[in-house]
Design a protein around this ligand. Structure first.
Ligand SMILES: *Cc1c(COP(=O)(O)O)cnc(C)c1O
Length: 389
């Protein structure tokens, strides 16, 4: 066990003078709400992903919600997604009055299993929301094939996967809609924020209208000219637009994105090299044909052969000054969904198996070699100390 105690956060945004200066520029410009900085950020996002449209909003939750709304998902419809995700993925389906139908993950990548999706298709199914867990793409060829066969829209929850790729194509551009998160621990941040990308002109027009109160810009521009006081609400929309103050942060974060993924990858590589040699720790499996964005680094503990469980393991890390997390508590374990949909333990065995063993370790671009080594030494020491003899 290393002697000097360090304090390692779970995550840390990589913010420098570039972001700070861009925010100051915006604050001094006199224009704070959605404007030129959002537009410039959208252009950067679209160019980076080689996609026609990017629409920025105030969270990935909002991005997912307006994608389903743009697709016309509503009461009586079913949307298939994974139980191994953040609650937002499921909530947006419920916001639209549709029914979430969960399909279990595969145990290697923790991504939704195409075979499980097939079992859950019904006449009511309208869309699939795959989540690229931790920054590794789902099996998108298989998922798109199922979607095409049944006429379903694919809305990618790419909250972890900005910069990730599948067969050389960016995650978020593999379905009809791709949704990103700029929450502080995600691969880039705006404090809070999100975006949808799409190649469909019609969908983009709908998304822009839905993110800002259902107001259609062009309709009123036609009669009164830009900058006029007149506007028309054409449908029920949301107030999900992003502020130019936050878009300024995103603009400068985009400049660092590829570098920050390389830095994350290097740390993940160090982790896997060290833990790969340890009995009792399973390291993340990286599939062929993907570029991993390394939002998360999650290990599985061999709890059957340990004297402590996953929670006690995290407690011991905490005592050593290391903040770890669990991604995710399966959806069907949360009281709200459990009581609303009557879920039971055993409904999604692969998600449950992962949940009982999984630990997300600290991972952020500026994590030093000393910090990484400190985590490695402590994780290994705790595993070794608690092995069943
Ligand atoms: C973070 C996250 C979201 C929500 O992102 P927000 O920007 O916080 O709304 C959605 N899905 C997944 C898988 C996430 O991890």
């Amino acid at each position: 066990m290393p002697e000097k105690k360090m304090n390692i956060p779970f995550s840390k945004p990589w913010i420098g003078k570039e972001e700070i200066n861009e925010v100051i520029d915006t604050l001094q410009s006199g224009w704070l709400t959605t404007g030129p900085k959002c537009e410039a950020f959208e252009k950067k996002l679209a160019d980076y992903n080689s996609v026609k449209h990017a629409i920025v909003v105030d969270s990935c939750t909002a991005a997912l919600h307006i994608s389903l709304a743009a697709e016309g998902i509503g009461a009586g419809d079913e949307v298939i997604t994974t139980p191994f995700t953040f609650c937002s993925t499921v909530n947006v389906i419920l916001f639209q009055g549709a029914k979430p139908v969960l399909a279990d993950i595969d145990s290697e990548t923790f991504n939704i299993s195409p075979a499980e999706i097939k079992k859950k298709i019904s006449k009511k199914t309208k869309a699939i929301i795959p989540v690229h867990y931790g920054g590794q793409s789902c099996s998108m060829d298989e998922i798109n094939e199922i979607a095409e066969k049944h006429g379903l829209a694919v809305v990618e929850d790419a909250a972890h996967a900005l910069g990730a790729e599948y067969k050389g194509k960016k995650c978020g551009t593999l379905g009809k809609y791709g949704c990103f998160s700029f929450y502080p621990i995600k691969n880039i941040t705006t404090g809070e924020g999100g975006a949808v990308v799409t190649d469909s002109d019609a969908a983009a027009e709908q998304l822009r209208c839905l993110r800002y109160c259902g107001i259609k810009k062009d309709a009123w521009k036609r009669y009164y000219g830009a900058g006029s006081w007149y506007y028309e609400v054409t449908q029920l929309g949301f107030k999900y637009n992003m502020s130019d103050v936050l878009a300024s942060i995103g603009l400068r974060q985009m400049d660092k994105l590829d570098k920050s993924i390389l830095m994350r990858e290097k740390i993940a590589g160090r982790y896997s090299k060290a833990f790969g040699a340890i009995e009792g720790i399973a390291v993340p499996e990286v599939k062929e044909n993907v570029k991993h964005a390394w939002h998360l680094y999650a290990i599985l503990l061999d709890v059957e052969n340990m004297k402590i469980d996953r929670n006690q393991f995290i407690e011991q890390l905490k005592k050593a000054g290391i903040a770890a997390s669990v991604n995710f508590i399966p959806i069907h374990f949360h009281p709200y969904y459990k009581s609303r949909f009557g879920f039971n333990r055993g409904d999604f065995p692969n998600s449950e198996f992962a949940f009982e063993r999984i630990v997300s370790l600290p991972l952020y671009p500026t994590m030093s070699k000393a910090e990484t080594d400190y985590v490695i030494d402590n994780v290994i020491a705790i595993v070794e100390k608690n092995k069943k003899s």
